[in-house]
Ligand binder design. Structure first.
Ligand code: ZN
Length: 379
C-alpha cells in the first residue's frame, strides 16, 4: 500500500500523447462471493477501445492495457484488499502501476486520457494516517496500529504481577489493596511504554487509548509529554472489542479529527491570504505551483470535476481553460486538454507539495473564492 510513492511516480510523468488507462474498482476478499466490478470494467474498457481506430497504435496500446489490467485484478489481489487503482499505458514507456487499499472508493471508474487520473487516490492518500492504539484493563493490554480502517500491527502486554497477587495478601486488606494498585500502575507504565515504541516504529500520527475508568487515568499519567501531543483521545472501549469494530471506530475518530484540521487550515488561508505564505484562488495558486513554491495545496471537495485546463508536454506548464494550438510559455504545439482538478493535484505532487481536501462548503469563504488555496515554502 505504497500510495504516496505511486502517486509521485505517476504525477512525474506529465501528460501523454498515448491513451493512459486509470481504473478504480472495489473488489472483494479473494475466495468469497462473485466480484461485481467485472461487468462494469469490461463494458467501460470496450467503450473506450471503440473511440480509437482499429489497428492504430493507440488502439493496440489500449487493448494490451485492458488485457493486463484484467489479468492483474484476477490474479494479484491480496486478502486484505477492498479496492484497487490501476494505471497502464503500454504505448508510453510500458507504464503499469497499481495500488491496493483496504477501503472502498466512493465510486468505481475507468477512464482514458493523457493523464493518469489520480484524484480518488489523492483523496485516500490524504486520509492515510497511521494511528497507534492501546486498549487495556488491569490484566492485559492490546496494542494495534490502524491505517485506513485496517489493522496492520498487533501486540500484547500481560500484567506479570497478576499471577502473584493471590499469594501477596498477608491478611491486611489495605496492604493487599496497595499492592494491587501498585501492580496496575506498573502494568499501565509498561503498556504506555509499549504504545510509545509502537507509535515510534510505525511513525504514527495519532495515539488513541481505550479502557475502563480504573486503568485509563493510569495510562494517561504514564504517557510522555511527546506522546500526549499526539493523543487524539481516550475512549471507553472494552478490552474484548472485536478487532474489526475497533478498526472502524479508530478510523472514524481519525477521519473526524483530520477533517477538523483541514477545515482549520482552510480557514487560515481565508483569513491570511494573500499574506504570510498563504494563497487563495486559482491564479495565484497556479503561479506558485509552476514556480515550485507551494508546500501544501488545499482543494475543496466542491471544486468542479469538469473544469478544463491545458497542459504542455514540452515545458510542463499548465493553466485553466481550453488548449490553444501553441503553448503560451514555450511556443511549442504540444498542448493537451486535461482536467484542471487532476492537473492541480499532479503539479502539486510533482513539485513535492502535499495535497489536502476540505469538505465542500465547510469553509464558505474558501469555496466562494474558488475552492483552491496553498501555503508556500517561502512566505
Ligand atoms: Zn510549453
Amino acid at each position: 500500500m505504497r500510495i504516496q510513492q505511486a502517486l509521485r511516480r505517476l504525477a512525474a510523468r506529465g501528460p501523454s500523447p498515448w491513451p493512459v488507462v486509470s481504473v478504480y474498482v472495489n473488489t472483494r476478499p479473494v475466495g468469497t462471493a462473485m466480484t461485481t466490478y467485472r461487468p462494469f470494467l469490461k463494458k467501460r474498457l470496450a467503450e473506450e477501445l471503440k473511440s480509437f481506430k482499429t489497428r492504430s497504435p493507440e488502439h493496440e496500446s489500449l487493448s494490451v492495457d485492458a488485457a493486463r489490467v484484467q489479468h492483474y485484478l484476477d490474479y494479484d489481489l491480496q486478502e486484505s484488499t477492498r479496492a484497487v487503482a490501476v494505471f497502464a499505458c503500454y504505448g508510453d514507456g510500458d507504464l503499469f502501476d497499481a495500488v491496493q487499499v483496504p477501503i472502498e472508493f466512493p465510486e468505481q471508474r475507468a477512464t482514458v486520457g493523457p493523464l493518469a487520473a489520480l484524484y480518488p487516490l489523492l483523496r485516500i492518500a490524504d486520509r492515510n494516517q497511521c494511528a497507534a492504539v492501546l486498549i487495556s484493563d488491569t490484566h492485559l493490554a492490546r496494542l494495534f496500529t490502524v491505517t485506513l480502517g485496517a489493522v496492520e500491527i498487533r501486540r500484547e502486554v500481560h500484567n506479570p504481577a497478576l499471577h502473584k497477587s493471590k499469594s501477596a495478601g498477608d491478611g491486611d486488606p489495605s496492604h493487599t489493596q496497595r499492592h494491587v494498585e501498585e501492580a496496575w500502575r506498573h502494568h499501565a507504565r509498561e503498556a504506555a511504554q509499549s504504545l510509545e515504541e509502537l507509535a515510534r516504529d510505525s511513525a504514527a500520527s495519532w495515539i488513541l487509548i481505550g479502557g475502563d475508568e480504573v486503568i485509563v487515568p493510569e495510562l494517561l499519567a504514564a504517557l510522555s509529554a511527546a506522546a500526549r501531543e499526539r493523543l487524539l483521545g481516550h475512549f471507553a472501549w472494552n478490552i474484548l472489542i472485536p478487532e474489526s469494530e475497533l478498526a472502524r471506530a479508530v478510523d472514524h475518530e481519525v477521519a473526524k479529527r483530520e477533517s477538523m484540521h483541514r477545515i482549520a487550515r482552510a480557514g487560515e488561508l481565508v483569513t491570511s491570504a494573500p499574506h504570510a505564505g498563504a494563497l487563495l484562488g486559482l491564479a495565484p495558486v497556479v503561479e506558485a505551483l509552476l514556480a515550485g513554491r507551494a508546500s501544501e495545496l488545499f482543494l475543496s471537495d466542491g471544486f468542479p470535476a469538469n473544469a478544463e485546463a491545458w497542459a504542455c508536454r514540452a515545458c510542463r506548464s499548465f493553466g485553466p481553460g481550453p488548449a490553444a494550438t501553441a503553448c503560451p510559455v514555450c511556443g511549442r504545439s504540444e498542448l493537451q486538454s486535461v482536467s484542471l482538478r487532476e492537473e492541480l493535484g499532479a503539479q502539486a505532487l510533482a513539485h513535492g507539495a502535499a495535497v489536502h481536501f476540505v469538505a465542500a462548503l465547510s469553509v464558505p469563504g474558501f469555496d466562494s473564492r474558488g475552492g483552491v488555496g496553498a501555503f508556500t515554502r517561502y512566505p
